[in-house]
Design a binder for this molecule. Structure first.
Ligand SMILES: [Zn+2]
Length: 519
C-alpha cells in the first residue's frame, strides 16, 4: 500500500511539475533551506563486517539541530555562501558524522541507513515548509539491499518536500552515480580536483543554485551519461592528464556557456554497486539540447582518452626499493615511496624490501599493528627498550606477511590522532611508526613528533595514492616519487578483475570489455 501511494504521489508530482512553474517567492521573502550530511566512501570488499549504527556513531554522536552547519568541507562552503544572502535561513537536520574506519569500512546495514535517514526526515517534516534542501553527500555509499543510496535519499526527501522545492546535492568525485539521483534532485555538484581541494567551492555553488532556483531564476535541466570506463583511484589524480584534462574540459564548458554546470565522477571501484564507473552530469538553465550536447561531448572525450587513463606502470616493491637506493646514490632526495594499494594499513611489502635490501635512512610511515601496541602497553615498555617483534602483515593476503623487526623503541605515546603509536629505530638510521589503524600521511609536518626529525631521513614510505601529493609533491619537498604496486592483484590495486563483484558486470566497462552503449 505504501509503495502504491508513493507511486501515485510520484505521478501526481511529475504531472504538476510538467504543468506548473516552480514556486517563486519574492526577493524580499525569507528563504529557508534544510541542510544535512550523510556521506561514506564504502569499501564493500574490505574486511571488518557491516557498518551498523554503532560504527556510524563511534567517531562522534550525530550532529543535532544546527551542529551540522559546522560540519566543514562541502558544508563550510555552502554555509558561507548562503550567509552572503541576508534573507536565507539555514535549518540543520540531524546527520551522522561519518563511519569509523572511513573508506576502509564496509557495507552499511539497511537498518543504519534507514535509522539516520528517518531521523533527518523527521527533522525536515518539523521544519516544513522549506524553500530548498541541501544534501552534502559523497556518492560512494553502499547499503545492503539499497542499490543507489544517494538517489534513495533524494527520493525520500522529495516525498516530504513535494515537487516544487529545489534539492541540490554535492559529491566527491569518487562517487558512484547514474541518472537516478537527478530524477529526484535538481542539481549535483562534484569536486573537480583530487586531492579534493574544491569541496567548499562545490558547497558554495550548491547554495547559490538553491537561491536561484527557489527564486525561479534557474530551471535546472539535466543530462547524465555513463562513458563506460572504470578506473582504480590511483589513476584518478587530477594533477596529471588525462584525469586533469577531463576536469579542465568540464571547466571549459562552464566558462563557455552561461549557467552551465558540468560534474564528473570518476567513481569508486571498491564498492560493489550497480552504478560504478565514471558518470557525467550536465545542468543547464532550461536548455535540454545544450545539456545533451555537452554531456555527449564529455562522455565521448572520456571514452577517447580511455587508454591514456591506464598508461601508467607502477613499480613492484622490490623494484621500488632498488629505485629508491639508486635515487639516493644519485642524490635525488628526499624520496617518497607511496604504497598506493594498502586499504587495511598493515601491508608490509615495502617494509620487507627495506629490511631485505638493507636500505638506510628510511622512515616507514606507517604500518598498522594494534596487537604490537597492545603488547608494548601491557608489558609497560619504555623508551630505550629493545624491540624484537613481528610487525604487520596479518589482515589478509593483500597485507603480505609479518616482518621481524629488531631495534630500539624510541617513542610510545600520542601520534597523529591516535592515543598510542610507537616508533622503533632499526637497521641503519631507519624508523618505523606503528599505528593502531591505517594512517594516510598527507603532510610532512605530521611526521615531526616525538623523536622524529624529517632531516634524519632520505626516504619516506607512506600509505597513500594521491593525497600525499599535497605535502610531499606540491610543496616541492620530494625530489623522487615512486608509486609502489602490490605483489598481487589484491584489493586496492589496479587489478579490478580480481575482485569478486556480484552487482557489477565488469566486461560492461573499459578496460575489461566494451560497454553496451558503445557496441
Ligand atoms: Zn574521494
Amino acid at each position: 500500500m505504501k509503495t502504491f501511494m508513493a507511486a501515485l504521489l510520484t505521478i501526481v508530482w511529475t504531472l504538476s511539475a510538467c504543468t506548473s512553474e516552480r514556486a517563486t517567492p519574492q526577493q524580499e521573502e525569507k528563504l529557508r533551506f534544510a541542510v544535512m550530511t550523510f556521506a561514506h566512501e564504502t569499501c564493500t570488499f574490505c574486511p571488518g563486517g557491516d557498518s551498523d549504527i554503532e560504527r556510524w556513531t563511534k567517531i562522534r554522536e550525530p550532529y543535532v539541530d544546527d551542529e551540522v552547519l559546522s560540519a566543514g568541507s562541502y558544508v563550510r562552503g555552502f554555509v558561507a555562501a548562503a550567509r552572503e544572502y541576508k534573507d536565507v535561513e539555514l535549518i540543520g537536520l540531524e546527520s551522522p558524522a561519518g563511519v569509523f574506519g572511513g573508506s576502509s569500512a564496509s557495507w552499511s546495514t539497511e537498518d543504519a541507513f534507514n535509522h539516520f535517514l528517518d531521523r533527518m526526515l523527521e527533522d525536515l517534516r518539523e521544519a516544513m515548509p522549506v524553500d530548498g534542501v541541501y544534501l552534502a553527500l559523497h556518492g560512494a555509499m553502499a547499503v545492503r539491499n539499497i542499490p543507489r543510496p544517494e538517489a534513495e535519499i533524494a527520493k525520500r526527501f522529495r516525498e516530504v518536500v513535494g515537487p516544487d522545492v529545489p534539492i541540490v546535492g554535492s559529491f566527491d568525485l569518487h562517487g558512484n552515480e547514474d541518472k537516478e539521483f537527478l530524477r529526484w534532485a535538481d542539481m549535483a555538484f562534484v569536486t573537480k580536483r583530487y586531492p579534493h581541494y574544491d569541496s567548499a567551492i562545490q558547497g558554495a555553488r550548491s547554495a547559490r543554485s538553491l537561491v536561484r532556483m527557489a527564486r525561479g531564476m534557474y530551471k535546472s535541466t539535466t543530462a547524465t551519461r555513463k562513458p563506460g570506463v572504470i578506473t582504480p583511484t590511483v589513476l584518478q589524480w587530477t594533477g596529471k592528464s588525462p584525469a586533469m584534462n577531463i576536469m579542465e574540459r568540464a571547466r571549459r564548458w562552464e566558462a563557455r556557456e552561461q549557467d552551465v554546470f558540468v560534474s564528473v565522477f570518476y567513481g569508486f571501484p571498491w564498492a560493489d554497486v550497480p552504478d560504478v564507473g565514471a558518470t557525467v552530469h550536465v545542468m543547464t538553465n532550461d536548455d535540454q539540447e545544450l545539456a545533451d550536447k555537452i554531456a555527449d561531448d564529455m562522455s565521448d572525450y572520456i571514452w577517447r582518452v580511455r587508454e591514456d587513463l591506464f598508461g601508467e606502470e607502477f613499480a613492484q616493491p622490490d623494484t621500488a626499493a632498488s629505485k629508491a637506493a639508486e635515487a639516493f646514490s644519485a642524490g635525488k632526495t628526499p624520496i617518497v615511496l607511496a604504497d598506493y594499494s594498502d586499504r587495511s594499513g598493515d601491508a608490509t611489502h615495502v617494509l620487507r624490501e627495506v629490511v631485505d635490501q638493507s636500505l638506510s635512512g628510511v622512515l616507514i610511515a606507517t604500518v598498522r599493528d594494534e596487537r604490537v601496541l597492545e603488547t608494548l602497553l601491557q608489558g609497560n615498555a619504555q623508551v630505550g627498550d629493545r624491540f624484537s617483534m613481528d610487525v604487520g602483515g596479518f589482515a589478509g593476503p593483500a597485507s603480505g606477511s609479518p616482518v621481524q623487526i629488531d631495534g630500539t623503541l624510541t617513542y610510545l605515546g600520542k601520534g597523529f590522532s591516535f592515543d598510542t603509536v610507537a616508533v622503533v629505530d632499526f637497521g641503519d638510521r631507519n624508523s618505523l611508526i606503528i599505528t593502531p589503524a591505517l594512517k594516510q600521511v598527507i603532510w610532512t609536518e605530521e611526521l615531526a613528533f616525538g623523536p622524529l626529525r624529517l632531516d634524519n631521513f632520505d626516504t619516506f614510505v607512506v600509505k597513500s595514492r594521491v593525497h600525499f601529493r599535497r605535502g610531499f609533491d606540491e610543496t616541492g619537498f620530494a625530489q623522487t616519487i615512486i608509486i609502489v604496486d602490490a605483489p598481487g592483484p589484491f584489493i586496492g590495486t589496479i587489478h579490478l578483475d580480481a575482485l569478486p563483484y556480484e552487482n557489477v558486470t565488469l566486461t560492461d566497462y573499459y578496460p575489461y570489455g566494451t560497454p553496451p552503449q558503445r557496441q
